[in-house]
Every structure is written in C-alpha cells, then in structure tokens.
Design a protein around this ligand. Structure first.
Ligand SMILES: Nc1ncnc2c1ncn2[C@@H]1O[C@H](COP(=O)(O)OP(=O)(O)OP(=O)(O)O)[C@@H](O)[C@H]1O
Ligand SMILES: [Mg+2]
Length: 246
C-alpha cells in the first residue's frame, strides 16, 4: 500500500533517521518499537509530512503516486494526507466541541460533507469505539481513555487507508490503557491498516502482524510478530527484548 524509500532526517548534527526503507500492505498492523530517542515519533511525523525529511520518497502502490518527502508541494502533501489518519499521545481534541463535534469537524470542513451526513458518520464511528453514551460530552467531561477513543473515532471517520498511532496510551493510567488497547485490537481484527508506535510489548505481540524495531534511527529488525518475539535474528533485538523484560 505504502512504501518509503531512503528516508533521512537530521536535526542539526543529530542524525535521527538513517536511510529508512519501509513498506506496509493493506490490512497489516505494524508495531514500531525501540528505545526512547530512537526516532519512532520522527518516523511517523516524516511519513505524515508534519516534519520535513532531508530526503526520501513515499510511494502509494495502488495509484502509483510518488512523492518527494523533502520537496513535496502543499497540494501534494494534502493528497498524501488524505490517505492517513493520526492519533497522538495527547489526543489533540478541540476543547470547545463535543465528542460528536470533534468527529464531524474534518468531514464538514475538509471533506465538505453535508452536516446530517457527517453526523451519521461521526455517530457510527463513536459507536464503534464504544462511546454511544458520551457523544454530547466535551473533552473536559471525558476520561483520558474516552478522549483517546474520540481521537480514534475522529481518525476513522475520514476513512483513511492507514492510521498512524504514536503511543496512544502513554498519557493514560493502566486501567484506561486497557480500554484504548482493546479498541485498537478490535480495529486490527477488522482489518484496519495501522502503524502503532508502542511501549506495550504484550499488546504488540498479540495485536500486531509485524514488528519493526528501530534503534539509533535505523531499522534493526522487521519481521512477523511471532518470529520477532520467539526467535529474533539480531543480537540488538535480543538485548532490547531482554532489557524490556519481554
Ligand atoms: N524538533 C526537534 N528538534 C531537535 N531534535 C529533535 C526534535 N524532535 C526530535 N528530536 C530528536 O530526535 C531524536 C529522536 O526523537 P523521537 O522523538 O523521534 O524519538 P522516539 O523514538 O519517538 O522516542 P520516545 O520513545 O521517547 O518517544 C531524539 O534524539 C530527539 O531529541
Ligand atoms: Mg516518541
């Protein structure tokens, strides 16, 4: 579905991503794991053009579209982003809008959908993440886990081909983490294509089809989840898994 080729990114003299090649197919759930500072967030930010790469290309297989990650125009960036939804650590909801309003916003403004139609769609997505009874609440009136599920519903409502999640549970208490991970797990079972950066190894093990392990800005190992955890081929991966008690 998506390929990245030769992605490089530095901040001043700090080389954060070093010649990354990466591919994701439709229906795959890829967990990106690795030590703090290894470049995971930067990878998602470059992929979604929130950060400008120094070099690299992104290819959308289905359409043959190919974009330069350094010099893509605003119009090109918009067309890549139409394929993607984002879920951030910090939810990023509009405080002055209800859960329903947050999920309708992009449909009405970016997709020019009629209000009634947008509302139907937003309601369906909030139901999917288990928030039928919280649609008319504002973010302040929702728990962290509920806010994050609104953020997931908002991403889903735009029908993206790929959803990028950057540590969706890191700001949450353990019991709220469970409800968000359950939601992501459900989406995975339904075949939603996702890249999830996570520190939750047991979740990665069970929900992801593939694991990408990044260290020092390089993909050290990229493999099927089962093989990755049972029989990692790289010494650096084994060390990381030992350190994290996996
Ligand atoms: N805007 C920025 N300006 C300068 N350096 C940055 C910037 N963003 C990230 N970095 C640096 O890039 C490196 C990779 O950061 P990144 O946030 O991608 O790591 P990460 O793998 O997501 O870490 P964590 O697991 O802690 O979230 C770090 O050394 C970080 O300090
Ligand atoms: Mg990060």
């Amino acid at each position: 579905m998506f390929s990245i080729k030769g992605l490089n990114k530095s901040y001043d003299t700090n080389k954060v991503l070093n010649d990354i090649d990466f591919h994701i197919d439709k229906g795959e759930v890829v967990a990106v794991i690795g030590p703090s500072g290894s470049g995971k967030t930067t990878l998602l930010r470059c992929l979604s053009f929130l950060e400008k790469a120094d070099s690299g290309r992104i290819v959308i297989d289905e359409t043959g579209e190919e974009y330069d990650m350094h010099s893509a125009s605003h119009a090109e960036i918009r067309s890549v982003r139409r394929h993607m939804g984002f879920v951030f650590q910090s939810f990023n909801l509009f405080k002055n809008m209800t859960a329903l309003g947050n999920c309708m916003e992009g449909l009405v403004t970016a997709r020019h959908m009629k209000k009634e139609e947008a509302e139907d769609k937003a309601r369906a997505m909030l139901e999917k993440v288990g928030l039928s009874d919280r649609m008319n609440h504002y973010p302040d009136e929702l728990s962290g886990g509920q806010q994050q599920r609104v953020a997931i519903a908002r991403a889903l409502s735009l029908d993206p081909d790929l959803i990028l999640l950057d540590e969706p549970t890191s700001a949450l208490d353990p019991e709220l983490t469970i409800e968000v991970l359950d939601t992501v797990r459900k989406l995975a079972k339904e075949g939603t294509t996702m890249i999830v950066v996570t520190h939750e190894m047991s979740f990665a093990k069970e929900a992801a089809s593939r694991i990408v392990f990044i260290e020092d800005g390089e993909i050290v190992e990229d493999g099927l989840a089962e093989e990755f955890f049972e029989n990692p081929s790289e010494e650096r991966t084994r060390e990381f898994l030992n350190r994290t008690g996996t």
